[in-house]
Structures are given as structure tokens and as C-alpha cells.
Design a protein around this ligand. Structure first.
Ligand SMILES: [Zn+2]
Length: 289
């Protein structure tokens, strides 16, 4: 059976899986992200090589930042910035198979639409919450592209006087509600840097004011971003994915809801943080057809 290798390049971890046409993960690997672009490129080559076999027809790679899929090139990066290298061409040359690049949020929503939480949806919005915050929009059953790179929902503004973002603006939701931002909220509250989000959620349920205020600082602005996305796209659902998606979903449930016009179900990703590799594999297979 035809398979593809899906790669999900995160700010903290690089995940790789060999995936069949049904989206089933046959084998997978992950490592801490190597760092500099040439090191990450070599790391991806090694990981893809480790999973390669005769069934592999294509390689799909999800990367943070803006990707122009018509040129198979990155326009900018995120916490990992690979835009200085032609990753698609390098891997296609190494492996002799087609290589497709896309934004990591788009790959995750592709998987959630194919076999996950947005399976039945024609219109959906996804936020992927990890080291940074990615996003993607499904409109009429297809990933919304805009001119090239629509769906950068981590850069919705939630505080015009907020911290400077990688994108050059201030107060994007990535600066308040990513994993990186959570570490900042913990430090500001004087809590240990190693405090897990699950521990915070547990302490907050037990009426810890410190844990509750950290979670409010982290998840409160996310509510603004979700409401803005709902106002813009009127989706059937908002899917929260990435390594912290389920925790964000739980944290939002502890924050009082306001009666606004723009509402729809907000659900955790069904595929968890495997959505990125599964979507990359499925997208690589589908673009060969
Ligand atoms: Zn930004």
C-alpha cells in the first residue's frame, strides 16, 4: 500500500511518521529540534531516511511560518525559521520522491478534516498551541489560502500595547497564549518554571489563586482570538490542537464566558499533537493524485 512520510517541524520537537492513505500512523519518531536551519535540515533528512521504505511515494513537511505552496517555498519562519533554505528541493533531491511543504497549522487541520474532529465540517478554524501558535482555516471543505499564506491566526492581535511578536507587531495571541508565553506567566507569578499546565489546572480546580491567575493570563487572551476568528469566518467549530491544545481547552472552560454574537463549539483536536505528521503525510499523498 502507498504510504507517505509526514514531518512536523515544531519549535521544540521534530516529529516524523510514515502514514498510509487512511491516515494511520505505521511508525513514528521524534527528537528535540536541532536549532540552526542547516542542522534542522540535516535532522529531517536523517529522520526521513530512518522511516523510508519501498512503499513511500512522497514526503510532506509542515513548518511554522508562512508558506507559498504554489512555489513550495517558505516565506518566513516562526520559533524555527527555515525560510533561508530550499527544504523541498533538498529533500526531493536526497530521496528522489516528491516533497510538499505547507504551514504546520494547515497540515494539522488537513488531518483533523480528513479523519479527526472536523471530519464532517465544511468550515472550521484551528489553532495549534505549542512553542508558538499556528492557525488554519477550512472554507467550503478546502484550506483557505488567500494570496499565499492565509490562516496565520497566532498573529491575531489581543493587546495592542502588548509584547513585541516575531512578526514585527505587538500583542499577537502568540505572545500571550503560547507555551513560550505560559513560561513567562509562570515566571511573573513567581511559580517554578517546571510547573506543568496539568498541575496548574489541578491547583486551579482546588482554588489556588496563583494557578488561577496564571491560567487566566494565558487562556483569557485566547478567548479574544477565538472570538475574533469566529466573527471573521463563522465556522462550524474551532479546533484546538498542538501539544497544549487539550490543556487550553480545559483552561478556557474555567474562564467565565461572555454573551457575544460570535459563538460556536470549541473542541480539542481528535488527533492530539499527531495531527501535524498525519496531515503532512495525507497532503503529500493527495497531491500526487
Ligand atoms: Zn505576531
Amino acid at each position: 500500500m502507498a504510504t507517505a512520510i509526514g514531518v512536523d517541524v515544531g519549535g521544540t520537537r521534530v516529529r516524523v511518521a510514515r502514514v498510509d492513505a487512511a491516515g494511520q500512523v505505521l511508525v513514528r519518531l521524534e527528537q528535540p529540534t536541532a536549532g540552526a536551519p542547516d542542522l534542522v535540515c540535516a535532522q529531517i533528512e536523517d529522520l526521513v531516511h530512518a522511516l523510508d521504505d519501498a512503499t513511500v511515494e512522497a514526503v510532506g513537511i509542515g513548518v511554522p511560518g508562512r508558506v507559498d505552496i504554489s512555489r513550495n517555498r517558505m516565506m518566513s519562519g516562526g520559533y524555527v525559521d527555515l525560510s533561508s533554505i530550499d527544504l523541498g528541493s533538498i529533500l526531493a533531491k536526497t530521496f528522489g520522491r516528491p516533497v510538499v511543504l505547507d504551514n504546520d497549522g494547515n497540515m494539522a487541520l488537513y488531518a483533523e478534516h480528513a479523519i479527526g474532529a472536523a471530519r464532517s465540517a465544511g468550515t472550521a478554524v484551528m489553532f495549534t498551541i505549542g512553542t508558538g501558535i499556528g492557525g488554519a482555516v477550512l472554507a467550503d471543505g478546502r484550506i483557505l489560502r488567500g494570496r499565499a499564506a492565509a490562516g496565520q491566526l497566532g498573529h491575531l492581535t489581543v493587546d495592542s500595547n502588548g509584547a513585541r511578536c516575531l512578526c514585527g507587531r505587538r500583542g499577537c495571541v502568540e505572545t500571550t497564549s503560547s507555551g513560550t508565553a505560559l513560561a513567562g506567566h509562570l515566571a511573573a507569578a513567581g511559580l517554578p518554571a517546571a510547573t506543568s499546565v496539568d498541575k496548574l489546572l489541578e491547583e486551579s480546580r482546588n482554588a489556588s489563586a496563583a494557578a488561577g491567575s496564571v491560567l487566566a493570563a494565558w487562556a483569557g487572551p485566547m478567548r479574544f482570538a477565538i472570538d475574533t476568528a469566529i466573527a471573521a469566518f463563522d465556522p462550524e467549530m474551532v479546533v484546538l490542537g498542538g501539544g497544549l491544545g487539550a490543556a487550553m481547552h480545559e483552561a478556557l472552560a474555567q474562564i467565565p464566558d461572555e454573551a457575544v454574537w460570535y459563538r460556536c463549539p470549541v473542541v480539542p483536536a481528535a488527533l492530539g499533537d499527531r495531527a501535524g505528521v498525519i496531515g503532512a503525510g495525507l497532503a503529500a499523498l493527495s497531491r500526487q493524485g
